[in-house]
Design a protein around this ligand. Structure first.
Ligand code: IMP
Ligand code: MG
Length: 431
């Protein structure tokens, strides 16, 4: 059994890492995030309580865990303070006992956000100043936590007691053989080196980023688990070969809040039923729209409707290679329950040539068309299934087929947002 596990997104982010991290946190002593900033957004549901985090690891809502924000992160002081204060309002005590921040993490300044808002729209950034902040870091003119906390302002004061040499503290936990979770934000295909450049974020998302983003050696990582949705989504621009409908069509749609306001719950389920009819007549845009509605695929950070598509086995295999995956945690299988037919992309066709290897070259990707294999759906509610055998045979078949194509075992299947809606298939990869 591993003592240290890296959790990384296998696709374009929003795979449901927050939920898997929350599930594994029960047995973890330390949860450390290694990259990104408040471009990320995790939603964790505990009983009927919904928590939304952008910066602080979700381990904070568990008692007795140390949460670490690593040197690889970029931190907007206002945002971290507002997360701390909102936790405090809900009765959580925040101190260096449960939250520490690396003295080497870089600070997102007002001007970074302004610049991102002006220049980021080309690739559809989250507009949070992430890219400009990493730019200053690489140019050796950034502001680090260690210097920021010397300033005399209310945010610096609030953060000051939490700022530490986090690499040293993590190494002590390693020495004591505690259980440690390393948490990556975003997804492999958004990695600055290995993603679909330039449609990427500005940090190393991949499992290797845990080493540089926290100051630990690669020999200290026991297992790498990627979280992958049972389908795929992407926010912002950039290639998405298995996209259902077009980027323009998705961007034209209303936010979920507007839909709820205008239609009400009843109107919304009526709309869904109408869409389901079209889905099963093989209308691609409706298929994508149903994934969006069933999966609540609207950004936690920006509220944008996410682009959706069928599971892409080439991307998953690429992710397995780049991250050195031991296992995959598959999320949101329940979202596929209304589909009579479900597709998996097994190859790309590019200018008449067939390929089964993914490339991150966007020039090539834009001419690639998906080659699909079609499986029968299960058309049953699976959200209460407690173990693999309780899943309908066609759902089991779907999981097995993906394992075969990706060549990595699936260790967890998630069938709903709740903690209890988590099926463990292979314990040996977990704490
Ligand atoms: P940035 O990270 O804000 O610079 O945005 C770069 C790209 O990464 C854009 O396409 C964003 O939509 C995407 N992105 C950044 N963070 C996330 C995330 O947490 N989930 C999904 N997409 C993200
Ligand atoms: Mg997210």
């Amino acid at each position: 059994m591993p003592k240290t596990i890296v959790i990384v997104g296998a696709q374009f982010g929003d795979e449901g890492k927050g939920k898997i991290v929350d599930f594994l946190t029960e047995k973890a002593d330390l949860i450390a995030r290694y990259n990104g900033g408040n471009n990320a957004g995790h939603t964790v549901v505990v009983k009927n309580d919904v928590f939304k985090f952008h910066l602080i690891p979700s381990g904070i809502i568990h008692e007795g865990k140390l949460n670490v924000m690593g040197n690889g992160m970029v931190i907007d002081p206002k945002v971290v303070v507002s997360e701390i204060e909102s936790l405090e309002k809900r009765g959580y005590d925040i101190s260096e006992k449960n939250l520490i921040i690396s003295q080497n993490a870089h600070i997102i300044k007002e001007k970074h956000v302004e610049e991102d808002e002006l220049t980021g729209s080309k690739i559809g950034t989250t507009g949070r100043g992430i890219g400009p902040c990493y730019t200053d870091k690489a140019a050796r003119k950034g502001l680090r936590m260690i210097d920021y906390i010397k300033e005399d302002n209310k945010y610096a004061k609030k953060i000051r007691p939490l700022v530490k040499d986090t690499s040293l503290i993590v190494s002590q936990y390693l020495e004591d053989e505690k259980n440690i979770l390393f948490e990556g934000a975003q997804g492999t295909l958004l990695d600055i080196d290995h993603g679909t450049y330039p449609y990427v974020t500005s940090s190393n998302v991949v499992a290797g980023g845990a080493c540089t983003g926290l100051g630990i050696g690669p020999t200290k990582i026991d297992a790498v688990i990627a979280v992958a949705k049972a389908y795929i989504t992407r926010v912002g621009s950039g290639p998405l070969v298995t996209e259902l409908g077009t980027e323009e069509e998705t961007n034209k749609e209303d936010s979920i809040n507007k839909l709820k306001r205008e239609l009400g719950d009843q109107g919304l389920s009526f709309l869904k039923r109408k869409i389901i009819n079209k889905v099963n007549e093989d209308d691609e845009y409706s298929q994508g729209r149903l994934l969006r509605l069933n999966g609540m695929e609207y950004g936690t950070t920006t509220g944008r409707p996410r682009r959706t598509g069928w599971f892409d086995a080439l991307i998953a295999r690429y992710s397995a290679r780049i991250n050195g995956l031991d296992a995959v945690a598959m999320t949101k299988l329940d979202v596929l329950s209304d589909f009579k037919k479900i597709k998996i992309c097994t190859a790309y066709e590019c200018k008449g040539k067939k390929s089964s290897e993914f490339t991150n070259n966007v020039e090539i990707l834009k001419d690639c068309r998906p080659v699909y294999e079609t499986l029968d759906g299960w058309c049953k509610d699976i959200s209460k299934a407690k173990d693999f055998k309780e899943l309908p045979e066609n759902a089991q078949e779907y999981i097995r087929r993906i394992e075969e194509l990706v060549k990595v075992p699936i260790c967890i299947v998630s069938v709903g947002p709740g903690r209890e809606q988590t099926i463990v298939l292979k314990k040996q990869f977990l704490f």
